[in-house]
Design a protein around this ligand. Structure first.
Ligand code: HEM
Length: 401
């Protein structure tokens, strides 16, 4: 337990740290990677470059500090982040390194304003926050290792099959090299891939949502090739998977994780709303609900730029033909010659109002601008916030505004 003086100092300095939050975490990352370059094997370099990770970490530490005397209130956030940490194999011994570097960065940015009292108070608070994460994550490591087919850390898998789904999206079927069973998962969960492509100095880790229903002898991921654009370089892992990984290649995986999952206890109509490669959790949820809950009505609503980049088009059409309780709708932003779709342009509220039931549970996945537009459209239709389920790819962000 923290003493009341420490709590008071921490809470009263949250606003000033908030003002400098991003500067502090930028300094933090620079020092972290200078002093501990081995951590570049864990962190996503692209997120660092785009400044997303510094903001996410700053927000999380400050949110925790603001609630330091009632940390139980932020446990859901700790669980979501803890899932990512467990999947990345973040270990208890990493926490003191992060803590020391964070305090150093606070001193560096605040200068003389960071008195000994303030630094001491934040050191104690960080210890409490770190213990909360370490405790939650210890349970997750245990659960991951002790479930049937489970394991801790990374396990070697073999690419068993590679299937082209569109011009830019390919599915990979991954089976364990040891031939032993694999852990089950909830539809919507992801697995975490670790590879070291040729010519790269570090290992690279990415989370990919499992795109099929659980219960298969393989894990399927469905990956978009992130080509270089004017604004960002090509995706290291997606390029490796598309261009260099072949049937027989070895890829390391950590066990399935994630909190964005289908609530299978409900009988409400289900709307699965995705943009681009955001279809991956939706296909897993769709297969699951069709297999396990044939009386539940389900609408699969998908937005793509055009038919050339529309993944699993024929497969989804075949599911719709086989299951009368399912309806599929497609919206193309700018259809290519010969494309057919239900709507052109963007998915909007008037169209959604025509095709889906307001009293549904809505699951969203896609690029952040897409999800924000969908979330706000549904809220303006008075769909309750707790009927709208989503998880943002990469560092968490809010869709409210
Ligand atoms: C991701 C917070 C400690 C490594 C994250 C995220 C947050 C966060 C908010 C983003 C989650 C998301 O993607 O939704 C914290 C807090 C910590 C802490 C509050 C301390 C109390 C650590 C430690 C390590 C670590 C000790 C290991 C050295 C990572 C990595 C990611 C991550 C590698 C994924 C981000 C990326 O690569 O882009 N953490 N973290 N974190 N964290 Fe932590």
């Amino acid at each position: 337990m923290l003493d009341s003086k420490t709590i008071e100092i921490v809470k009263s300095t949250v606003p000033v740290l908030q003002t400098h939050g991003v500067a502090i975490t930028n300094a933090f990352y620079q020092n972290l990677f200078t002093n501990h370059p081995e951590l570049l094997n864990i962190f996503n370099h692209a997120n660092q470059r785009q400044g997303k990770q510094p903001t996410a970490l700053a927000n999380a530490v400050l949110a925790a500090a603001a609630n330091i005397d009632r940390l139980e209130e932020i446990i859901p956030v700790v669980v979501q982040i803890g899932n990512k940490h467990r999947a990345l194999n973040v270990l208890p011994e990493h926490y003191p390194i992060v803590g020391e570097t964070l305090l150093g960065a606070i001193k560096e940015v605040l200068g003389d304003a960071a008195t000994d009292d303030i630094i001491d108070a934040w050191a104690k608070a960080y210890g409490v926050i770190a213990d909360a994460f370490i405790g939650v994550e210890a349970k997750m490591y245990d659960e991951a290792a002790n479930q049937p087919g489970g394991w801790s850390g990374f396990r070697r898998f073999v690419v068993d099959r590679k299937e082209r789904e569109s011009d830019v999206i390919t599915s990979f079927y991954l089976v364990p090299e040891d031939g032993a069973p694999i852990a089950s998962y909830e539809p919507g969960q992801y697995i975490t891939v670790r590879v070291k492509p040729e010519g790269q100095e570090y290992e690279h880790i990415r989370h990919y949502t499992l795109s099929s229903a659980p219960g298969q002898p393989y894990y399927r991921i469905t990956v978009k090739r992130e080509d270089a654009t004017d604004h960002k370089p090509a995706g290291i892992v997606s390029t490796y998977l598309h261009n260099a990984a072949h049937v027989g290649s070895i890829i390391e995986l950590s066990a399935p994780a994630g909190v964005f999952t289908l609530d299978q206890s409900k009988e409400t109509p289900l709307v699965l709303l995705s943009g681009g490669v955001g279809l991956t959790p939706m296909v897993s949820m769709l297969e699951t609900v069709l297999n396990n809950h044939p009386s539940r009505k389900v609408s699969y609503v998908h937005a793509a730029i055009n038919g050339n980049v529309h993944a699993m088009k024929d497969y989804i059409a075949s599911l719709e033909n086989a299951h009368p309780q399912m309806k599929s709708y497609v919206c193309y932003e700018s259809p290519a010659p010969g494309d057919t779709c239900d709507k052109t342009g963007y998915i909007d509220l008037p169209w959604l109002q025509q095709i889906v039931d307001k009293n549904s549970d809505f699951y969203l996945c896609g690029p952040i601008p897409f999800m924000r537009a969908m979330y706000q459209a549904l809220r303006s239709w008075d769909v309750p916030a707790d009927s709208i389920h989503y998880e943002v790819f990469g560092p968490a962000a809010s869709l409210e505004n």
